[in-house]
Design a protein around this ligand. Structure first.
Ligand code: PGA
Length: 316
C-alpha cells in the first residue's frame, strides 16, 4: 500500500457550533492564514479543504468565501442533508445545498451523531419485544418518553430485520440522491466503544459501508468518499492510534474495491475522531489515511490551518 498518490483532505465539520457572525469572522481569519500566509503551500500540495457549517451559516459561509477569494482553496459541505423535498420541518435538503447561493460540493452523510439516537431507540424497541431491560436512560427526556410509549404499545414482529436496517436504508437513499445532484457524499462509518470491545469493529463498519453503498453502480461508488469515525473517539479527545485507524481503513479498502470493481486505493478514506494539529502527522503518514473529518479543531482558523500545515508537512 506504500506509495499511493493521495491528495490530502481536510474536512471541517462544524456541527451545531458557530453562528453567521462567527462564520464571517472565521473566514476572515482563515483568508489571512490561507491566502496571505500559506498560499504556495496550499497551491503546491493541492490539498482539498472543506467546511460543513450548520445550515443557518451556509449562506454567510458562501458570501465570505467569495469575498475573501477563498474559493480556490475551500469548498462548502452540507451536514446530514435530507434527501427529499417536502413537508419536513427543520430539515436541510440537498436541493438547498446545491443552490448557487450555497453551491455545496460535499455532504456529510450517516454521521454517528445522527445515527446514534435512532440506534438507541431501535435497541430499546427490540429489547422490549424480547422482554429484556431497556437501554434507555429514564433521566433523559427522550429516553423516558420512549420508555413510556413502549409500555403502552405492543409490537409484534414476525419478520426480524438486521439491527439498524431502517436507518441504513435512509443513509443509502441520501448517498444516492447526493450523487444524483452532483454532490460528493462523505459516508461516515464507525463502531461504538462497546462494539469494539466485543470485537465487532470490522463487522459493524463494513455493514454500514455496504448498506450505505447498496445498489450503486461501480462508477458511482468511485465518486463517493468515506470517513471512518470510531464513535468513541469523536469529541472525546481520545484518538484512535494510527495503527488502529490504519487497520480499519485497510478493511474498508478491501470492501470498497468489491463495490467499485476497481483496484484499491482510488477512493479517499479520511479519519475522524479528535484529529488535532499534534496528532494529524502520525495519522496521515499511514498510506490508507487521506486526511480527516475534523470537528473541534476546525472551529478556529489558526488551529485548523496549523492542522493542515502539519498534515501536509508529514507527507511531503
Ligand atoms: P471531533 O469530531 O474532531 O470533534 O472529534 C469529528 C467528527 O465528528 O466529525
Amino acid at each position: 500500500m506504500a506509495g499511493i498518490g493521495k491528495t490530502l483532505r481536510f474536512y471541517g465539520n462544524w456541527k451545531a457550533e458557530m453562528t453567521p457572525a462567527k462564520t464571517r469572522e472565521f473566514f476572515k481569519k482563515f483568508a489571512n492564514e490561507a491566502v496571505v500566509k500559506n498560499f504556495n503551500l496550499l497551491k503546491d500540495s493541492g490539498a482539498k479543504i472543506m467546511i460543513a457549517p450548520p445550515s443557518a451559516c451556509l449562506e454567510s459561509a458562501r458570501l465570505s468565501i467569495n469575498e475573501h477569494s477563498l474559493g480556490q482553496f475551500v469548498e462548502l459541505g452540507v451536514q446530514a442533508p435530507w434527501h427529499v423535498v417536502g413537508a419536513y420541518t427543520g430539515f436541510t435538503t440537498l436541493e438547498m445545498a446545491k443552490d448557487p447561493a450555497i453551491a455545496a460540493k460535499y455532504a456529510v452523510i450517516g454521521h454517528s451523531e445522527r445515527r446514534q439516537p435512532w440506534r438507541t431507540i431501535e435497541a430499546a424497541i427490540r429489547n422490549s419485544l424480547k422482554g429484556a431491560p431497556s437501554p434507555l436512560n429514564p433521566d433523559d427526556v427522550v429516553g423516558s418518553v420512549i420508555a413510556s410509549i413502549l409500555k403502552e404499545i405492543a409490537i409484534d414482529s414476525n419478520k426480524p430485520q438486521p439491527f439498524g436496517i431502517a436507518l441504513d436504508r435512509i443513509v443509502n437513499a441520501q448517498v444516492k440522491e447526493a450523487l444524483k445532484v452532483g454532490i460528493t457524499p462523505i459516508l461516515c462509518v464507525g463502531e461504538t466503544l462497546s462494539e469494539r470491545k466485543e470485537g465487532r469493529t470490522t463487522e459493524v463498519v463494513l455493514s454500514q459501508l455496504s448498506s450505505g453503498l447498496e445498489g450503486l453502480p461501480p462508477e458511482l461508488v468511485k465518486l463517493t468518499e468515506i470517513a471512518y469515525e470510531p464513535v468513541w473517539a469523536i469529541g472525546t479527545g481520545e484518538t484512535a492510534s494510527p495503527e488502529q485507524a490504519e487497520e480499519v481503513h485497510v478493511k474498508i479498502y478491501d470492501r470498497l474495491s468489491e463495490h467499485a470493481q476497481t483496484p484499491k486505493h482510488n477512493i479517499p478514506i479520511v479519519y475522524g475522531g479528535s484529529m488535532k494539529p499534534d496528532n494529524v502527522a502520525a495519522l496521515v503518514k499511514k498510506p490508507p489515511i487521506w486526511g480527516g473529518l475534523i470537528g473541534g479543531a476546525s472551529l478556529k482558523a489558526d488551529v485548523f490551518m496549523l492542522l493542515i500545515q502539519n498534515g501536509i508537512a508529514a507527507v511531503s
